[in-house]
Design a protein around this ligand. Structure first.
Ligand code: HSE
Length: 422
């Protein structure tokens, strides 16, 4: 940035919500050399104005005020595909570099946008799109670019981790989700978090950078955490495990095994130790072995740190390394043990029918757990099956779903095997 000290890089913030205001706060407090915040754009901007940013900043609700101005770097912090995608495209077309925290946009259109940025000689940085303040993306793009990564596994959604780690201590899901929303961790539509879609977008981005594999987002199996109940934590504890939302991708030739959803995690695993909004990513390299990244993955300030770090990288003349990726087929068929929880109106023969449906798919039962203290009218019990393809289990569970004794849909969770971990 040698010339940048003389002519500061002009910066605009698009979206003055949780992350946008945290970015402005960091820029106002630390006043990084060579950076000048010139514009803040938001819908109905008057209600957003604060008195602690420099008086010279233009507050606007017209995107063209930013895109037609001599702004050098646009920080897109509005999120979502539309209209944020259009703003990013227009900014890059105009030769402005872009820093974004928009995982949805980068998962869906990152390759095309990156190509556009390179063709215009500008930069597209998105370190904040995965794991908030944890530098996983720069770590993979630079620190680990020399390895061949074959496996990614981790906790990629802070809201789900906040919820599940509090449920582990006895809390109920709904009030904890509300708390996560009020603390600014959750997405505008929290279904994105609890349904696994936010983590899935992040897994698609990491797969592209780490495994060099392009996955189609919708093809990655994704399961919600909303069916997890207190009884599941009780049974998990009995098995020396807890429950976390886990995102996994493994490269097998031109195919990637990938999945997102709640899983049983052994208490001995570092993934089980993550609490609150902590994210954790384990990557397995062919040459360098396993590397773990962890830290706060959600919230205004941690995410803003990643945004400001990307901005400073651009100001200091950094370029992202071009790591070409290839289209990959996706399968969710990990060969793992499963935890299957039933809630039934008790009667003789239920276990025999379940065992029959599993045997038809050549699935072997490993254990059956039934804690005392529940009524026969509403009886939870758990079947653990030996490692089997998820597809075979799905067929068995479809047959089991027709049993008249079932009071609730069956919960099926993969169990993360200790030997498969870092
Ligand atoms: N809602 C996201 C999360 C924010 O909870 O992880 C960070 O991407």
């Amino acid at each position: 940035m040698s010339d940048a000290q003389a002519t500061p890089v002009k910066v605009a913030i698009l979206g003055f919500g949780t992350v946008g205001s945290s970015v402005a706060r960091i820029l106002s407090d630390s006043k990084p050399q060579g950076v000048e915040l010139t514009h803040i754009f938001n819908r109905s901007v008057a209600r957003k104005k604060v008195d602690w940013v420099s008086a010279g900043v233009v507050w606007t609700e017209k995107i063209d005020d930013v895109l037609a101005s001599p702004v050098d770097v646009v920080l897109e912090l509005a999120g979502g595909l539309d209209p944020a995608g259009e703003w990013v495209r227009r900014a890059l077309e105009a030769g402005k570099s872009v820093v974004t925290a928009n995982k949805k946009l980068i998962a869906e259109h990152g390759i095309a946008l990156d190509k556009l940025a390179r063709s215009k000689g500008c930069n597209l940085f998105y370190g904040a799109a995965v794991a908030g303040g944890v530098p996983v993306i720069p770590g993979l793009q630079q620190g680990l670019a020399g390895d061949q990564i074959l496996r990614i596994e981790g906790i990629l959604n802070g809201t789900c981790n906040f919820i599940l780690s509090k449920m582990e201590d006895g809390a109920e899901l709904a009030p904890v989700l509300k708390e996560a929303q009020s603390l600014g961790y959750a997405e505008a539509d929290p279904t994105e978090d609890v349904g696994g879609f936010d983590a899935r977008a992040k897994l698609v981005i990491l797969s592209r950078i780490a495994l060099r594999a392009d996955l189609t987002t919708n093809e990655v199996p994704c399961k919600s955490i909303t069916e997890i109940a207190a009884v599941d934590f009780a049974y998990a504890r009995e098995m020396g495990c807890t429950i976390r939302q886990i995102s996994r991708a493994e490269l097998h030739g031109s195919e990637v095994l990938a999945t997102v959803g709640p899983m049983l995690v052994p208490q001995a695993s570092p993934l089980a130790w993550s609490r609150g909004t902590e994210n954790m990513v384990l990557v397995g390299g062919t040459y360098g072995g396993d590397v773990v990244f962890s830290g706060h993955g959600a919230g205004g300030h941690p995410t803003a740190v990643a945004v400001v770090s990307d901005l400073l990288a651009i100001v200091h003349g950094s370029k992202t390394i071009d790591l070409p990726s290839k289209k990959a087929g996706v399968s969710g068929d990990f060969l793992l043990r499963h935890y299957i929880r039933f809630i039934v109106k008790d009667r003789p023969g239920i276990i025999a029918q379940i065992a029959g449906a599993l045997a038809e798919q050549e699935i072997n039962i490993h254990a059956i757990l039934q804690k005392p203290g529940h009524t026969k009218a509403n009886l939870p019990f758990v079947v653990i099956v030996e490692p089997c393809p998820s597809s075979a289990l799905k067929r068995a569970l479809e047959k089991i779903a027709t049993l008249d004794c079932l009071l609730e849909p069956t919960l099926d969770l993969q169990i993360l095997e200790p030997e498969a971990e870092a």
